[in-house]
Design a protein around this ligand. Structure first.
Ligand code: SAM
Length: 236
C-alpha cells in the first residue's frame, strides 16, 4: 500500500513540473487521437470522459465535436493549464482509480498514455467502465513495450516509466476481455514526429506499415477499444 502511495506521489511530482512544458499537437499525438475518435465512433451527441487528460491536448479538439467533455487528472497544475486552454470543457482533479462520478453517465471513456503511471491500472479501467453507459465505448492508447524505441526509452526514464514494460498488448487485452463484451486491438505509428517537412510522407509510411504482417505488432502505440454490453447492475 505504501509503495502504491509513493509511486503515485512520484508521478504527481513529475507532472507538476511537466505541466507547463508539455508539447501540444505533435504528429504522433494527433494520429493517436484520430485513431481513437474513429474506433470509438465519437459523435455530436456524446458525453465523453478522459482519464488522465493532462493539459487538455485532446479536450481542445474534442470539445467542439461532442456534446460534453469531462477530463480528470491527478495533477492540479495540468488541470489548471487545461482549464485555461479549453473553455467549453469540464475538468476535475482526482485519481483515476477513484472517480467521484455517478454510474453509467458517459457515452465514451478513454485514456491516453496514462495507465502505466498508475499503481493499479486495472482499477482505473474498472472505474472507467462503471461510469460508461450500456452500449458505450472504452478506448485506451498505451506505449508498446515491444517497440525498440519505447523499450530503450523506458530505461532512460525508469523512475516514472517502468510500468510500461508490464502493460503489453496481451495484458491490456486481458483487462478489456474481463470488463467488456468485445475488443479491438491495433498497433500504430512507426515513424517519428519530426521534422515537420516530412509529416505527410511519415503519415503514409505509418498507414502502410500498420497492415504489414508481423511488423505491424511493433508500432509505437497500442490502441484498444471495446463496447460495454451489460449495464452496471448486470455486471455485479
Ligand atoms: C503523459 S500524460 C498524458 C496526458 C494526456 N492523456 C495526453 O496524452 O496528452 C499522463 C497524465 O496522467 C496523469 N496521471 C498520473 N497518475 C494519475 C492518476 N493516478 N490519476 C489520474 N491521472 C493521473 C498525469 O498527471 C498526466 O497528466
Amino acid at each position: 500500500m505504501y509503495d502504491e502511495y509513493k509511486f503515485k506521489m512520484i508521478q504527481k511530482e513529475f507532472f507538476r513540473e511537466e505541466a507547463h512544458k508539455f508539447k501540444r499537437g505533435a504528429r504522433t499525438h494527433l494520429r493517436k487521437l484520430r485513431c481513437l475518435i474513429e474506433r470509438l465512433g465519437v459523435n455530436a451527441n456524446d458525453a465523453i470522459l478522459e482519464l488522465g487528460c493532462g493539459n487538455g491536448l485532446h479536450a481542445i479538439r474534442l470539445e467542439d465535436i461532442c456534446r460534453e467533455y469531462y477530463g480528470i487528472d491527478i495533477s492540479s497544475e495540468m488541470i489548471e493549464s487545461a482549464r485555461s486552454a479549453c473553455r467549453r470543457s469540464n475538468f476535475i482533479v482526482c485519481d483515476a482509480e477513484h472517480l467521484p462520478l455517478q454510474d453509467e453517465v458517459f457515452d465514451k471513456v478513454f485514456c491516453v498514455a496514462t495507465l502505466h503511471y498508475l499503481p493499479r491500472p486495472f482499477e482505473a479501467l474498472k472505474e472507467g467502465v462503471r461510469v460508461l453507459k450500456k452500449g458505450g465505448s472504452l478506448g485506451v492508447a498505451e506505449p508498446n513495450p515491444f517497440n525498440p524505441v519505447i523499450f530503450l526509452d523506458t530505461f532512460r526514464y525508469w523512475k516514472t516509466e517502468r510500468k510500461r514494460l508490464a502493460l503489453t498488448g496481451a495484458r491490456l487485452q486481458s483487462f478489456f476481455r474481463n470488463l467488456l463484451g468485445d475488443l479491438k486491438k491495433k498497433e500504430i505509428i512507426f515513424m517519428p514526429s519530426d521534422p515537420k517537412s516530412l509529416v505527410r510522407i511519415y503519415n503514409r509510411i505509418d498507414l502502410a506499415l500498420e497492415d504489414l504482417p508481423v511488423l505491424k505488432h511493433f508500432g509505437v502505440e497500442i490502441i484498444l477499444s471495446g463496447t460495454r454490453r451489460e449495464s452496471h447492475k448486470e455486471l455485479r
